[in-house]
Design a protein around this ligand. Structure first.
Ligand SMILES: *Cc1c(COP(=O)(O)O)cnc(C)c1O
Length: 372
């Protein structure tokens, strides 16, 4: 990156930011690609959401409702939450940025775990804050390591729970311990993008801690289980003072008229969440089992993806190249400090079969010693 000698200059830390790299979506020379690189939900968008989106075509000259009251009421009804404590965003990324800009900034520090979601690094640095990463244990955020990194400059702790790309979850009791030991002025942001998929008794997406105090926020998204990543809809559930801050700083029309309509309809699609979560539970286990049978280490996951661990970057790269040759796109996670791993979304039954079959064929061509 070269800047003209007398040209405009951003703040210096901006040039330390590496642009977010999303999952690939096309392969040159391949007609049918199977995209398992972005955790988009196995079934696409709910049919009622698609219809609601199309039906908005004649209205798109109108500005959206800036308060997204219809969408907030629908979210509140679905998840038993007070709509006044919800703010919607253009994806939850939008809200993560706003939180960093509002609570971070020059001279402050933001904490995330080593393999945490990369938007925290980008948005935190953008705000001017110093982003500190803390070591994990077994690819899981470590509460004690986070607490040890707290300094008087700390303003925000981000915890993706479950985390992307590792799939690991911190049990509710540990999150409570984190909150109790963090100084009260530190905002704890629980990013629960995969909450709807989690099926374990020791989990809480964040509602309890948000309700219990004035310093915890939960973020959620329509991009995963509701299959609306292309519409950009996320939301935060937060204490009144944080809601007030977000409403001051967010874009006034940050959720489009079509996105609001599609989101409301998606929530009304009968049985969608249940069907999607049940499919994910079943096929995540099938995918995990088949990859393990092929000789690959697979980390336990509570999300709609698994992290396959090939032991070495060379082995992961070779597997990735083999997938590409079969038109299958998965997510390389080198940028997350996991060059020996690939993240694979749990797709349809057919997609799970295809990737498991490809992995078996790949492993049969290798004389790698397995390390399961
Ligand atoms: C996918 C994802 C998000 C956000 O997605 P949006 O599409 O911006 O709502 C946030 N956090 C994690 C951990 C994710 O995996």
């Amino acid at each position: 990156m070269t800047l003209a000698p007398a040209g405009p200059r951003p703040r210096p830390e901006i040039l330390d930011i590496s642009p977010y790299v999303g999952g690939e979506s096309t392969l040159p020379g391949v007609n049918r690609t199977i995209k398992l690189s972005s955790n988009e939900g196995a079934f696409g968008a709910p049919p009622t959401a698609q219809a609601a989106y199309v039906a908005m075509a004649s209205e798109v000259h109108r500005y959206p409702d800036g308060s997204a009251i219809g969408l907030r009421r629908a979210i509140g009804a679905k998840f038993h939450l007070d709509p006044d404590r919800i703010v919607c965003g253009a994806g939850s990324d939008d809200l993560l940025y706003q939180l960093c800009l509002a609570y971070g900034g020059p001279g402050t520090e933001i904490i995330m775990s080593e393999h945490g979601f990369s938007i925290y690094q980008i948005a935190g640095t953008y705000s001017g804050a110093k982003v500190r990463t803390t070591p994990e244990r077994n690819l899981t955020a470590d509460v004690d390591a986070i607490l040890a990194a707290v300094s008087p400059a700390t303003r925000i702790v981000f915890l993706a729970n479950p985390n992307n790309p590792t799939g690991s979850t911190v049990p509710h009791a540990e999150v409570v311990r984190l909150r109790q030991k963090l100084p009260p002025h530190v905002l704890l942001v629980l990013d629960a993008a995969y909450a709807e998929y989690v099926d374990r008794p020791d989990y809480d997406a964040g509602v309890k801690l948000v309700d219990a105090g004035d310093n915890t926020v939960m973020t959620r998204t329509f991009s995963k289980i509701f299959g609306l990543g292309g519409m950009r809809i996320g939301w935060a559930y937060a204490p009144p003072a944080v809601i007030d801050v977000l409403n001051r700083v967010r874009g006034p029309f940050n959720v489009s008229i079509a996105a609001q309509a599609a989101g409301i309809a998606a929530l009304a699609e009968p049985g969608w969440m249940e069907k999607s979560a049940a499919h994910n539970f079943e096929y995540r286990a099938i995918l995990t089992g088949r990859l393990r049978d092929a000789g690959i280490k697979v980390w336990p996951s509570d999300g709609n993806f698994v992290l396959a661990d090939y032991g070495t970057p060379e082995h992961a790269d070779a597997a990735n190249a083999f997938f590409h040759s079969r038109g299958i796109i998965v997510r390389a996670v080198r940028g997350y400090g996991l060059p020996h791993c690939l993240r694979i979304t749990v797709g349809t039954a057919e997609e799970v079969g295809l990737i498991a079959e490809a992995m078996g064929a790949f492993m049969a061509t290798q004389d790698w010693t397995t390390h399961v």
